[in-house]
Ligand binder design. Structure first.
Ligand SMILES: [Mn+2]
Length: 274
């Protein structure tokens, strides 16, 4: 991957599955991304705020607030932000067509890339047979997943204690379980099929927490990944090329000098107001 050192400007930034409002959310890494990356357009491709979790107990630390503030500040500075809600933030689907702080809420969007390619932007839960046909099962899966993350944390504390490297139980378990039902493969081909039906060149989605860019049946399938485990996102370069980036891996290779600790959000707001 060729990188321009110190340059973090992209034409478009696609983010999904931040799951703000959950303990699994890697808010400090999202903040890192938002501090380092500027984009003309930002698509929030669903499951940004986890309403399912918040319903069963309020968890909203300052950092999660900072993420929202940071996004709103980007709008004030001229970025265009489009929010396409997912299943975890489906409460926002009642506000389709409206804007909050300049963030437009849409059911789906069509993104026109610099190279003329058109992409359907949607979260993708519509094509997840588990979510679509059995909401209780999806809720259960959600609980099982949270439990797996919890177990994972303690398991790795134990591994660390005996000098073993970090091992992601939840990533492994999820991959195994979903591979068994060929979940990812069918999800990807369903999404590519939908893009084809709509006569566009590609699709950008999230939902399954599995970042990818691949050609499926003449359609460019793009998944932004997530910010719970893989901490991945997709950028569009100014020539229209799309790329999956993983944070903080890319951050460290891009600009080591930028890794100095940042002033807190309050100071940044003050600086902006001055
Ligand atoms: Mn989802």
């Amino acid at each position: 991957m060729s990188k321009q050192l110190g340059s973090h400007r992209y034409r478009t930034l696609f983010l999904s599955d931040l799951h703000l409002g959950t303990r699994g959310c890697q808010a400090h890494l999202i903040l890192d991304v938002l501090r380092h990356v500027e984009a003309d357009t930002i698509y929030l491709v669903g499951d940004i705020i986890d309403g399912w979790r918040l319903r069963s107990g309020w968890y909203w630390p300052q950092q999660h607030n900072d993420v929202v503030q940071k996004l709103l500040r980007k709008v004030r500075r001229g970025a265009r932000i489009v929010f396409v809600p997912g299943n975890h933030d489906e409460f926002a689907r009642q506000f389709l067509g409206l804007s909050f702080g300049g963030i437009k809420i849409k059911r789906h969007a069509i993104h026109l890339a610099a190279d003329g390619k058109r992409y359907l932007v949607m979260h993708g839960d519509e094509f997840d047979v588990v979510v679509r046909h059995s909401k209780w099962l999806a809720f259960f899966g959600d609980w099982a997943y949270e439990t797996a993350l919890f177990v994972n944390t303690h398991f790795n504390t134990a591994r660390r204690a005996v000098g073993l490297p970090y091992w992601s139980f939840s990533a492994w378990a999820k991959l195994k379980v979903k591979e068994a039902v060929n979940f990812i493969g069918s999800f990807e081909s369903e999404l590519a099929g939908e893009a084809k039906r709509r006569g566009v060149d590609g699709v950008v989605c999230g939902h399954i927490h599995h970042a990818a860019i691949r050609e499926i049946d003449g359609i460019t399938y793009v998944n932004t990944g997530d910010f719970v485990e893989s901490c991945s996102l997709v950028v569009e370069h100014f020539d229209g090329r799309l790329e999956v980036m993983r944070w903080p891996v890319e951050l460290k290779t891009l600009a080591p000098e930028d890794n100095a600790p940042f002033e807190d959000e309050a100071k940044e707001v003050e600086a902006e107001a001055a």
